[in-house]
Ligand binder design. Structure first.
Ligand code: ZN
Length: 262
């Protein structure tokens, strides 16, 4: 039986990081991530560049180039509190502003102040947003059913503890550890050692895929979109990226556009 329980390159599990608000402390955080090969997504407020502790617009493209830039609302508004007509500009204009800087389609976001409701989620679809991260920690390692309501595993304060649990369970395949936070918290709480320890713990793991939020989204979407014959013997991959899956524990790779006879 075919099982969607492996990630890119047949890696058993995945780790993704998600950081909000785009403050100057992202500089140090990215140094730590880069040193250990960890990938992250950074959710930015384009209407607040250069304000207070926020990164200046001229520094954005270079700073985040190995990671993903994503929407967090032009002005960090709590979306569930806005009149419906004001939700779309808050998201859509942020997308436009960020795309001008980074040069690729920006398709993800995180909810400012964790604020959303059903009306907000329906508005995302009109804005070209494909995933949206909440602040509701699941303390679990499951992939989301609906990427427009993507609950993370935990805030980074619990990352070391949840990271240990994740590594203990890593023989279970297809699991995702998703950690979120703000880099200014490491400065304000003087606990940079927490994220250093976490990254050191994972850097030596070679069976875990380190990915940005959108890389996870794109990969899982391609995997879920594989076309499989009724008797499970033929698999077609209509996407443009390679996908891995297992059959009775054996790992198979199918390239984009390929049909595989098992
Ligand atoms: Zn925020």
């Amino acid at each position: 039986m075919i099982s969607f329980d492996v990630f890119k390159d047949g890696k058993r599990n995945a780790l993704t990081m998600s950081y909000d608000d785009g403050t100057i402390y992202d500089i140090k955080l990215i140094e730590i991530f880069n040193k250990h090969g960890i990938k992250s997504t950074f959710h930015l407020n384009s209407g607040r560049f250069g304000v207070g502790r926020n990164i200046s617009e001229k520094d954005i493209a270079d700073l985040y180039k190995n990671h993903e830039i994503s929407v967090h609302g032009v002005l960090h508004k709590s979306l569930a509190k806005l009149p419906l007509q004001n939700i779309i500009p808050e998201i859509f204009e942020d997308r436009k502003n960020l795309e001008k800087i980074c040069g690729y389609p920006v398709r993800g976001m995180s909810f400012a102040n964790g604020s959303y409701n059903k009306g907000v989620i329906s508005a995302l679809k009109f804005c070209g947003i494909e995933y949206a991260r909440t602040t509701k920690a699941t303390k679990a390692f499951e992939l989301p059913e609906d990427f427009l309501e993507w609950h993370p595993t935990c805030h980074h304060n619990d990352a070391v503890e949840m990271g240990r649990k994740f590594l203990e369970q890593k023989r279970r395949q297809g699991k995702l550890l998703y950690v979120w936070g703000h880099s200014y918290e490491f400065n304000d709480n003087n606990n940079w050692d927490l994220i250093e320890e976490f990254c050191r713990m994972f850097a030596k793991e070679d069976d875990i895929w380190f990915a940005t939020n959108i890389e996870i989204y794109d990969y899982i979407t391609a995997q879920r979109n594989l076309k499989i014959s009724a008797d499970n013997s033929i698999v077609y991959n209509p996407s443009c990226q390679a996908v891995w899956f297992t059959v009775e524990g054996e790992i198979f790779k199918i390239n984009g556009g390929e049909t595989l006879h098992l």
